[in-house]
Design a protein around this ligand. Structure first.
Ligand SMILES: NC(=O)c1ccc[n+]([C@@H]2O[C@H](COP(=O)([O-])OP(=O)(O)OC[C@H]3O[C@@H](n4cnc5c(N)ncnc54)[C@H](OP(=O)(O)O)[C@@H]3O)[C@@H](O)[C@H]2O)c1
Length: 309
């Protein structure tokens, strides 16, 4: 199967290329990788991406590229909507016109995070984004579904929502919180950690494998359906504080922590406080592993990045 990945320079994109190279169904040439300037979200139209699709003739496209700077998106909501919303709609129109399967990577930030019953979000729960990044990603979902539901559309759409990504090349939440902890330790002060933002840390190599599993099992959407929403996250849930303490524990950084609310820091973008996605079943029946187990796997690379043995 010829598979194209958009956003191969990104954290998830590079994990996907690796997972697709290892997959038996992509053939000896492996996946096709696209990034800027070949695919430029700011100017993407169904016609412009159509030229690339007609030239390379993929049977499936995985769209991971996005403007992931949520504060940047909040400062320029129009540009966020263009890059993360309407560009995805245009891509979907082009793919559906050619019978190409499309997987669009989306986010827990399509939900408002205000539910207080402790129940994880299901794919069918209503979208209600509370920041421009989430609004654009929600619009991308809506436009992509409309494209695959339109008369004459062929192929199938999978929307793969996920949350709290980390993994190579680093400079992610574990690396940032570890650096903050080292600074706090050196200064003799406690580390403030956010206790009221809850989500599911998700390791990009695990997410990439799950997406590849969906493709390999022809399960982008169920047979006879035009589209499906998947929730692909590691197992369990954590507050930012839980995650921070796990990072400190496995790295052996001895510094006291103090729980604080997310509102302690003024941010341009407001994150949903309850960002827990209920994982959807994978074709193998095997759920993605628990987030702590996944994180243990990431620790050697994190140690190298931080220069601690
Ligand atoms: N990060 C998270 O915690 C998180 C959580 C939930 C969902 N997601 C979603 O998961 C997907 C992958 O995220 P990630 O963390 O791997 O993102 P990332 O590391 O920030 O990578 C983003 C990719 O998008 C490309 N890109 C950015 N702006 C672009 C533009 N204007 N035109 C074309 N390409 C552009 C980047 O290319 P350059 O490097 O060349 O700019 C890069 O390849 C995204 O759809 C994101 O919304 C992320």
């Amino acid at each position: 199967m010829r598979v194209a990945v958009i956003g191969v320079v990104g954290r998830l994109g590079r994990a996907l290329v690796q997972a697709l190279e290892d997959a038996p169904f992509t053939g000896p040439r492996g996946p096709i990788g696209w990034d800027q300037p070949e695919v430029e979200l700011d100017a993407l139209t169904a016609d412009s991406i159509g030229v690339l699709l007609d030239r390379e003739r993929p049977e499936a496209v995985i769209h991971t590229a996005a403007w992931t700077d949520v504060d940047g998106c909040a400062r320029d909501p129009e540009l966020a909507m263009r890059r993360n919303g309407t560009a995805v709609g245009e891509l979907a129109v082009a793919c559906a016109a050619r019978g190409i399967d499309l997987i669009v990577v989306s986010t827990n930030e399509v939900f408002d995070g205000r539910r207080a019953d402790g129940i994880a979000y299901l794919p069918e729960d209503p979208r209600n984004p509370i920041n421009p990044y989430g609004a654009a990603k929600a619009e991308a979902e809506r436009l992509a579904i409309a494209a695959y539901e339109a008369p004459g559309a062929r192929g199938r759409l999978g929307i793969a929502r996920t949350s709290w990504l980390y993994g190579p090349p680093g400079n992610d939440f574990p690396a940032k919180i570890a650096r903050a902890a080292l600074r706090a330790r050196d200064a003799g002060t406690p580390l403030q950690v956010v206790a009221d933002e809850i989500g599911v840390p998700t390791y990009t190599p695990d997410l990439a494998e799950a997406i590849v599993e969906l493709l390999g099992a022809d399960a982008v959407a169920p047979a006879g359906e035009r589209w499906a929403i998947h929730h692909l996250v590691n197992g369990g849930r954590a507050s930012r504080a839980d995650w921070a303490r796990e990072v400190l524990r496995v790295l052996g950084i001895d510094v006291p922590t103090v729980d604080v609310p997310a509102s302690t820091w003024q941010r341009v973008s407001t994150p949903p406080l309850w960002g827990v996605l209920a994982p959807t079943p994978l074709p193998s029946g095997e759920p993605m592993r628990d987030w702590r187990e996944a994180f243990a796997h990431a620790v050697p690379v994190l140690r190298r990045e931080l220069g601690i043995g």
